[in-house]
Structure formats: structure tokens, C-alpha cells
Design a protein around this ligand. Structure first.
Ligand code: MEV
Length: 430
């Protein structure tokens, strides 16, 4: 039996970069080339040149691991690519608190994408949708017969829906939805090809004209969910009881349930986590962003994607539900060595499992942000990290950087000029 791996790696943040790489390599049996991909950009110049147009170089971001994740009783290290300080530390801290009470429970829908066909100039708009639906099996068979690697993997067209928009600015409009199981792929190419293949048939059947043929990023048939609990006593601070912190967090959450201005920021915090995992694994984070925000506004008002409540025992219960169109095959995951390493580190077996991890990371990230906001405020932590960055920018290294940062905080003067002075003073002293 495999040795059970624990993502609760003590003091991970205090280790050197090389030590962390060695831990990551042992965690996922990374090859030397994999480790090398972490140190360079994971993409050769010629791969970059083939990936998009007009390439003039490559662009790097930090690649980190959030520790402590326990999801459906399995340990994960969450790969995160992000430029913003505090996010990974906050996420790891949050995952630790959830872990202590059993971790996250997560689930996800099948990988069902929605593709849209816009049908116009219909001779019989009133009945066009019903007529198409009456021939649903014929249409689905035609899509599946058009081939594609996803059909070979057991995916393909599942269902058809028709939505009518009468008397729009461009006249009556029928929108046909093709529901398509993309299995372990994000599936944009598969669904767009299927739509283009079936469009002539829809045109013939309706006598109308097909304009757009494109997936919807509101992938609400592809939701991922995560939930977890933190005992009140684990939330006590120097100045507040655990119960007070639970109440303050629930107040913060309800703020985001009722006010779109707050919900936007609250959801941005969630996406700090989800996007970072998407970026690390080579997924289309803009698609996931678009889906998340559209889903947040599904009932006509933009709301938070999470829910936080106090349970009967006084503990904090949190849950998230978010569309997550993720892939572990195809796209950048095929080309980018860094993305391959991220997937190895996660060890996920399916796109659905990746979506479940990302949902848990989003929930953890959201908890960390609202806990900080509802207690000390986020600036204290940010300023500590900012001080360290200034110390590094002023030329301090290792333990010296920590000492310079601490002095900047103690003096309440977190400025580069002062950091440079302290570095010079310390040099003169030694
Ligand atoms: C900053 O990147 C994210 C937060 O603003 C999220 C929030 O306000 O909940 C801290």
C-alpha cells in the first residue's frame, strides 16, 4: 500500500526554496526535468512562439504550494501561481483550521458544457423550438457521429434545449443549447467543433439562419461544491472570543449576500484562490472567472459565491458552489511543463477532482480574507509581507531580511528608503 501522504508540512514557509522544491519532488515523484521546469518558466521560447501570436518572450510568475488541504479525506498540496503576497499563506492557514475538524467535503457535477446556436429568420418561430426538440435524438446522434476524441473517451452530446427570445432588437431569436459531456477536458474546442458540425442540420430542420455557434462560459451544469467546519474555539484571538469571531465572520458573509458592491470584492477573494490553481494547472482562468461571476448573478442580483453560518453548536460552517470548467487534458496542460508539474503535484485523476480541489481552495481563501477583515483587518498581515519585500529590495538576504523587516515594522516606517538605511547600518556593524 502507498504510504499515506500528509499535506500538513510543518514550517513549510520557513524552508528555503531548494528545500521546498525537494519536498515537492518527493511528494509527486517529480523528475529532474520537472524540477527544472519550476526553476525556469516551464515553457521553451519555441513552445511559447507556437502557443500564441506575435511572441516576443516569456513572462514568469511565482509558483507556490498551499499546504494542509484535506479534501474528501485525501491530502493535497495545492499548486498556486499568483503575483499577490499573502494569498498562499492565508490559504494554507485556512486549510489548516479546516483540516483540524476533518477537512473539506467536496463534490462536482459531470463535465457538462453548454454550447449555443443562435438561430434567426425563422419561418415558424412559435413552433421552431418544439419541432427541434421532437427530433432531439436525431440531432444528438448526428453530433456524436461527427466524431472527435471526446466521443471516443465516452463523452459527447447528451441533451438539447431550446430557448425563445421573441421580438429582440434584431427580431425573434431561438437559442439552441447543446449539452455536451467533455469528460476530462475543459472542452471548448470539442463543443465548438460539435456546434459547427451540427449547425447545417439545425438550419435545415428549422429553415432559419444560424449565426453564432459558441460555448457558454456560464457552465452551470458543471458546478463544484465544497464545505467545511471550523470550531469556534479555534477562531479566538487575543482580543476576541471564538464566538465573537464566528459572529463577525457571519456578519461579513451576509454583507456579501445582500450588497453587490461587497459581493464583488468578496468573490474576488475567492477567485484569488481559484484563479491561482487554474493558472498553475494551465487552465483557462478567464473562462472560470466569467462563469463564476455570471453564476453569482444568476437570480438577477450579484451575490457572494459562498455562504457562512453558525451551526447549533456555535461553530462556523462554510460552503461554496461555483461553476468550474476545468481540464486535465488538452490545451495548455499539454504543452506547458509547469502545468504538467502542477497536475502531478495535485495527483488528480479527473477534471472533476481538479474542480473539487479548486472549490475547496476558493472556500479556504474566502475564509482567510473575511476572518482577517472581521478581526485585525488585512493590512497588518500585508504590511508584514510588504516589509519583507522592501527588505529584500534593499539588498538584505535570508535571516537578515527578516530582521530588517521586523525593524521596519517596529519603527512603524515601512519604506524602501528606511530599509536601505537599515541594511547599510547592519553592514557597518558587521
Ligand atoms: C484582496 O486580494 C482580496 C480581499 O479584498 C477579499 C475580500 O475583501 O474578501 C481581501
Amino acid at each position: 500500500m502507498d504510504e499515506v501522504k500528509r499535506s500538513a508540512i510543518g514550517q513549510f514557509y520557513k524552508k528555503t526554496l531548494a528545500e521546498r522544491q525537494a519536498i515537492a519532488a518527493a511528494w509527486a515523484q517529480l523528475s529532474e526535468a520537472d524540477v527544472q521546469a519550476l526553476s525556469d518558466s516551464g515553457l521553451t521560447p519555441s513552445q511559447a512562439d507556437l502557443m500564441i501570436e506575435n511572441v516576443i518572450g516569456r513572462y514568469s510568475l511565482p509558483f507556490a504550494l498551499a499546504t494542509n488541504f484535506l479534501i474528501n479525506s485525501r491530502d493535497y498540496l495545492a499548486p498556486m501561481v499568483i503575483e499577490e503576497p499573502s494569498v498562499v499563506a492565508a490559504c494554507s492557514y485556512a486549510a489548516k483550521l479546516f483540516r483540524e475538524s476533518g477537512g473539506f467535503t467536496a463534490s462536482s457535477d459531470e463535465s457538462v458544457m453548454i454550447g449555443q446556436l443562435q438561430v434567426l429568420d425563422l419561418p415558424d418561430f412559435e413552433n421552431a423550438g418544439a419541432r427541434l426538440l421532437a427530433r432531439k435524438q436525431e440531432i444528438l446522434r448526428a453530433v456524436n457521429d461527427s466524431g472527435g476524441s471526446i466521443a471516443a473517451r465516452g463523452g459527447g452530446a447528451l441533451d438539447l434545449e431550446a430557448r425563445s427570445f421573441p421580438a429582440t432588437a434584431i427580431g425573434d431569436m431561438l437559442v439552441v443549447h447543446l449539452l455536451y459531456d467533455t469528460r476530462d477536458a475543459m472542452g471548448a474546442n470539442a463543443i465548438n467543433s460539435a456546434l459547427e458540425a451540427v449547425a447545417p442540420l439545425i438550419k435545415r430542420m428549422t429553415g432559419g439562419r444560424v449565426n453564432l455557434r459558441i460555448l457558454s462560459n456560464l457552465s452551470d451544469r458543471r458546478l463544484a461544491r465544497a464545505s467545511g467546519m471550523i470550531p469556534a474555539q479555534a477562531l479566538a484571538t487575543d482580543s476576541a472570543t471564538g464566538e465573537q469571531v464566528v459572529d463577525a465572520i457571519v456578519e461579513a458573509a451576509v454583507f456579501a449576500e445582500v450588497d453587490p458592491y461587497r459581493a464583488a470584492t468578496h468573490n474576488k477573494g475567492i477567485m484569488n484562490g481559484i484563479d491561482a490553481v487554474m493558472l498553475a494547472t494551465g487552465n483557462d482562468w478567464r473562462a472560470v472567472e466569467a462563469g463564476a461571476h455570471a453564476y453569482a448573478a444568476r437570480d438577477g442580483r450579484y451575490r457572494s459565491l459562498t455562504r457562512w453560518r453558525k451551526d447549533e453548536a456555535g461553530n462556523l460552517q462554510g460552503a461554496i458552489e461555483v461553476p468550474l470548467a476545468t481540464g486535465i487534458v488538452g490545451g495548455a496542460t499539454r504543452v506547458h511543463h509547469g502545468a504538467k508539474v502542477a497536475l502531478k503535484l495535485l495527483g488528480v485523476q479527473s477534471a472533476r477532482e481538479l474542480a473539487e480541489v479548486a472549490a475547496a481552495v476558493g472556500l479556504a481563501q474566502n475564509f482567510a480574507a473575511i476572518r482577517a477583515l472581521a478581526t485585525d483587518g488585512i493590512q497588518a498581515g500585508h504590511m508584514r509581507l510588504h516589509a519583507r519585500q522592501l527588505a529584500l529590495a534593499a539588498g538584505a538576504i535570508g535571516a537578515d531580511a527578516q530582521a530588517v523587516a521586523r525593524q521596519l515594522i517596529d519603527e512603524d516606517c515601512i519604506r524602501l528608503e528606511r530599509a536601505k538605511e537599515i541594511v547599510n547600518e547592519r553592514k557597518r556593524e558587521t
